[in-house]
Design a binder for this molecule. Structure first.
Ligand SMILES: Cc1cc2nc3c(=O)[nH]c(=O)nc-3n(C[C@H](O)[C@H](O)[C@H](O)COP(=O)(O)OP(=O)(O)OC[C@H]3O[C@@H](n4cnc5c(N)ncnc54)[C@H](O)[C@@H]3O)c2cc1C
Ligand code: FES
Ligand code: FES
Length: 485
């Protein structure tokens, strides 16, 4: 794991540290990729993490005329929630909505997704089709690269060790353009794409005047399909044209062949997805199924940087180094926990074993806690991120000896068998009820896409959520969050 952890308060501090440690350091944003890489021993030689998440102002989505700019701390949930992105870069909103589950979208950033550079990462495909550029900054200056220039192969980019991605910028869709993003995964949530596709077309009446089609998870980087794009220009999207365009898109040379799908399956799925996308654009149904008021599990601050730090906090290689944090309303000072995850810190150093480890990879949700009011997977949060933060664990749900209404409902509905998953479901559910005291069935289901249960079959859990909602009162909203500073 890491030895040094710096929580910076400005970009300048981060750039100074990157310039000092270079290849021995990494920026950490949401940590949803990086912490797993550390856990798997995939970052030998990296001993220093530079945490950006306490720097205010980096989570902004800004529209400048026809351009849209994402700051480096814009999370997937920020994108889902953004009216600007929904209206003017809809394929990106769709891609962000399909990343992981709420707890992953609350921490995972678009910048982190772009830098990780997996060809299966969902936001790269629409950003490439939108014509995005990245701004890379170091102490020596700034440069801007197009996506094709930035990406060099599987998980390889042109970013230098001392550079920080400070912005992603792209032109908003023009009035005559419409687009969409489609993903095929092996399940509805928490699934890496087998194939994903973004299609952006310009129209003059029914005639296609421009076409940008990108495919993910089929080649070492995201690719465009010029044969298909060229064919579409000047055509009206009748069934014959769509069939031929989809066939041309599927002419990917040597697609990826791996455990998630054979090359032949991927080729066929490209044909299916591109055909489906073109039909949706022809029929004007590309926004069908977009969730209304989706549960974000991010509380009243809507995932914005809260509790910024007065000055940089340096946790250096020192066994006596301390983390001072508030858990369930009580302040704790602990030494020696800086190089572990928040999950282990809560269980081993704070002594609260209610938060469970199911997978340690962000997949199961058993470790869900609230970090500064936001539901997150504690197994993906570095423990030093808790310094100066407020955490709520399942032990903090009951108040004044009274169970949380959802806890009572779990007991009444018999929503527990082995109980291992229960703390995670309770945390997701408590946050859902705080946001939506009367959630719809769809909102309940969406809220637990990041939580796995191996015993109950989910029916009793959903019944418990519905029972708790029936008796929802303002008290439900009051239990978890403390007032912001
Ligand atoms: C359970 C689970 C499900 C997932 N599902 C999906 C999915 O469906 N689709 C998908 O696309 N992804 C998915 N992911 C991957 C992950 O959530 C995303 O890639 C995420 O967007 C990464 O962002 P982050 O802020 O967490 O990055 P981090 O983990 O903090 O960082 C990732 C990398 O980017 C670097 N970095 C981050 N920000 C910067 C910056 N500003 N400048 C320079 N370097 C930077 C870090 O040093 C690190 O190398 C999933 C992950 C998990 C654990
Ligand atoms: S999601 Fe954290 S332990 Fe499974
Ligand atoms: S009750 Fe056993 S995993 Fe959910």
């Amino acid at each position: 794991m890491w030895r040094n952890y710096y929580s910076v308060t400005s970009l300048e501090e981060a750039l100074g540290l990157l310039s000092q440690y270079r290849a021995g350091a990494r920026i950490v944003a949401g940590g949803t990729d990086l912490v797993i890489e550390f856990e798997r021993g995939q970052r030998p030689g990296v001993e220093t993490l530079i945490d950006l998440t306490r720097v205010p102002g980096l989570d902004q989505i800004a529209a400048f005329g026809d351009a849209i700019r994402l700051g480096p701390l814009v999370t997937h949930n920020h994108v889902v929630d953004s009216r600007v992105i929904q209206a003017r870069a809809f394929p990106l909103a769709q891609a962000a909505w399909q990343v992981g589950a709420p707890q992953i979208r609350n921490r995972g950033t678009v910048a982190g997704n772009v830098v990780t550079a997996s060809p299966a990462n969902d936001t790269i495909t629409p950003l490439w089709a939108l014509g995005a550029e990245v701004t890379l900054t170091s102490v020596s200056g700034e440069r801007t690269l197009s996506f094709p220039a930035f990406y060099q192969g599987v998980r390889r980019t042109a970013m230098q060790p001392d550079e920080l991605l400070t912005a992603i910028t792209f032109p908003a869709l023009a009035a005559h353009e419409r687009g969409l993003f489609l993903k095929l995964g092996l399940r509805q949530a928490q699934a890496i794409a087998v194939v994903n596709a973004a299609v952006i077309l310009g129209f003059d009446g029914d005639t296609v005047t421009s076409a940008k089609i990108t495919l993910g998870s089929v080649a070492p980087t995201i690719i465009r399909v010029p044969a298909c794009e060229d064919f579409l220009i000047g055509q009206a999207l009748d069934d014959t044209v769509i069939r031929e365009a989809a066939r041309l898109a599927a002419g990917v040379p040597r697609p990826i062949d791996d455990v998630r799908g054979s090359a032949a399956y991927r080729t066929e799925m490209v044909r299916v997805l591109v055909g489906r996308a073109l039909r949706a654009l022809r029929n004007g149904t590309e926004r069908d199924g977009w969730p209304q008021e989706p549960p974000m599990l991010w509380g009243e601050d809507r995932g914005r940087v809260r509790r910024s730090l007065p000055e940089m906090v340096r946790h250096e290689d020192d066994a006596a180094d301390t983390i001072v944090t508030t858990v369930n309303g009580q302040t704790y000072t602990r030494t020696g926990g800086i190089n572990k995850t928040l999950l282990r810190f809560l269980r081993e150093d704070i002594g609260l074993p209610g938060t469970k480890e199911g997978c340690a990879e962000g997949e199961c949700g058993a470790c869900t806690v609230f970090l500064d009011g936001v539901a997150v997977m504690a197994c993906l949060v570095p423990a030093p991120r808790a310094h100066g933060a407020e955490i709520v664990t399942v032990e903090g749900l009951a108040q004044d000896g009274e169970l949380h209404p959802l806890q009572s409902a779990f007991v009444e509905a018999g929503a527990v068998q082995c109980g291992y998953c229960t703390p995670g479901f309770l945390m997701s559910g408590a946050k859902l009820l705080e946001e939506h005291p009367q959630p719809s069935h769809e909102q309940i289901v969406h809220s637990i896409t990041g939580n796995l249960c191996r015993c109950t079959g989910y029916y009793k859990i959903i019944e418990a959520f519905e029972k708790a909602a029936e008796r929802a009162s303002p008290a439900v909203a009051a239990v978890t969050d403390q007032a912001p500073d």
